[in-house]
Design a protein around this ligand. Structure first.
Ligand SMILES: Cc1cc2nc3c(=O)[nH]c(=O)nc-3n(C[C@H](O)[C@H](O)[C@H](O)COP(=O)(O)OP(=O)(O)OC[C@H]3O[C@@H](n4cnc5c(N)ncnc54)[C@H](O)[C@@H]3O)c2cc1C
Length: 432
């Protein structure tokens, strides 16, 4: 048999089920495609592409990996003509654009008489096997019962020599910018070093770095989810719950595919967002006058990553204080996050905007209280707004009570609360 193995978001050899299934068939041609459709859609030039290139580079040190640049289904035709494969193996996709891409690959395989195989890989429990649960906690209980932790290994890979490009030939086609903040090579060490025992206590404080920062490693499959789970097991149930949140959003997307564009909660569809241009611009430039929000935007733009607490503060501020459509915020994150995952990002944006799968009818994050509680010493704010680092922390927490030598607050949070409630149609006190 002549098998192509197409790597996607599973950039590793270890415990990779799809790769192991392909390799069990005999010789394989390992391939990675820098898909121009994905690059254009994500505007993924520069730093984020640099991360993927580094991951592919690490993989190329271990196997002869062929690399192509273009639309996957088009460049595959060239490989089909040259290699005449009998099979193409790849991972099963559950994201909307991943499924669309797999459909295009399936079609070109059909046209060339190549047998197409998708292998389940990206989750700890198969989303299809979990009975529908619209709320996270009951989902989590079902998820725990269906964990599939079997691991897979490839003994030896036999790869043919073909006149196809490798990463070095493709690199000049990519517009790369140096990216010092994350590197795939660190994933293993990060996992080894991470203090799971302290996670629950420290995870909410963005200045302290108490979260794992494993999200890019998970997003690109540089680490196996099973390995991460086994490291966390018995040390942090909270951490395992976070891994389950990722799978919960996929579970929701599977049963309610319309959430790609539409609010999960029908009663929250058609909100008349204010969408003021000057507010959108100020938010995206980190010039809202609320230091905790602006520090977050600076981190996102520079490091292409954000702490979960700050993601929630930003999303709540954009949607419920500035009254801007969550889709605009979702797109802003899409253009910046290194760990961008359309299903997880949309699920979380909808949750933060109180339009998603969340039993609580309306969550409102007060940016002043959030800063006081989660950045009590202003470590985070001062790190990203060094121009304000000489000011006392209590001033940085509360820009409404103190005049800062910096952007004037765009709006008064307390004045916006009743406006937000009205926009969301919240009339009774009980609903909040
Ligand atoms: C508005 C908003 C948008 C987000 N967009 C993304 C996104 O595009 N991609 C992404 O991977 N995460 C997203 N998240 C979830 C979460 O913020 C990140 O996964 C987390 O901050 C990554 O940091 P970490 O690896 O240190 O997380 P840790 O706290 O160490 O958690 C471990 C892992 O659990 C998973 N996880 C943690 N929290 C969540 C969550 N709320 N939802 C789903 N999975 C979670 C991640 O895979 C994470 O790496 C978003 C959250 C919000 C509020």
């Amino acid at each position: 048999m002549r098998v192509i193995y197409l790597f996607k978001r599973d950039l590793r050899l270890e415990d990779n089920r799809a790769l192991a299934s392909a390799a069990s068939q005999g010789e394989i041609l390992p391939l990675f495609v820098f898909d121009t459709r994905i690059i254009e859609d994500l505007k993924a030039e520069g730093e984020r592409l640099c991360y993927v290139v580094r991951a592919v580079e690490e993989l190329s040190k271990k196997i002869k990996l062929y690399c192509l640049y273009g639309r996957t289904e088009e460049v595959l035709e060239e490989v089909f003509r040259l290699y005449r494969p009998t099979h193409l193996y790849t991972t099963l996709s559950h994201s909307w654009s991943g499924k669309e891409r797999n459909e295009r690959i399936r079609k070109v395989c059909r046209d060339y008489g190549v047998e197409y195989k998708e292998v389940f890989e990206h989750f700890l429990a198969p989303p299809e096997e979990i009975p529908l649960r619209k709320v996270y906690t009951p989902f989590y209980r079902e998820w725990l019962k269906r964990l599939d932790l079997r691991r897979s290994w490839v003994d030896k890979l036999r790869v043919p020599n073909l006149p196809l490009p490798t990463l070095e030939q493709v690199k000049p086609l990519l517009k790369l910018r140096p990216f010092p903040y994350f590197d795939p090579q660190e994933c293993k060490e990060r996992l080894e070093r991470f203090s799971f025992e302290d996670y629950e206590e420290r995870r909410n404080f963005p200045g302290e770095g108490g979260s794992s920062k494993l999200s890019p490693c998970i997003r690109f499959g540089i680490l196996s989810l099973r390995d991460i789970f086994l490291k966390a097991q018995g040390r942090s149930e909270q951490f395992i719950k976070e891994l389950a949140w990722r799978e919960f959003w996929y579970h929701i997307a599977l049963h309610f595919p319309q959430v790609r564009d539409l609010e999960f909660q029908e009663k929250r569809r058609g909100i008349s967002w204010e969408n003021k241009e000057e507010h959108i611009k100020a938010f995206m430039e980190g010039a809202t006058g609320y230091p905790i929000v602006d520090a977050g935007v600076r981190q996102l733009r520079r490091e292409k990553w954000l702490h979960n607490r700050v993601r929630m503060i930003l999303a709540s501020f954009l949607t419920k204080v500035l009254l801007i459509d969550w889709r605009i915020g979702e797109t802003f994150f899409k253009e910046h996050l290194i760990d961008y995952d359309e299903v997880v990002n949309i699920g979380n944006w909808q949750w933060s905007a109180s339009v998603g799968a969340d039993p609580k009818p309306f969550r409102l994050f007060n940016p002043i209280l959030q800063a006081q509680r989660y950045d009590p010493e202003c470590i985070y704010i001062k790190r990203y707004l060094p121009e304000l680092s000489n000011l006392p922390c209590h001033m940085l927490h509360d820009p409404l009570s103190h005049r800062l030598p910096y952007h004037k607050p765009l709006v008064n949070y307390y004045e916006r609360v009743p406006v937000a409630k009205k926009l969301y149609g919240i009339t009774s006190r009980l609903e909040v």
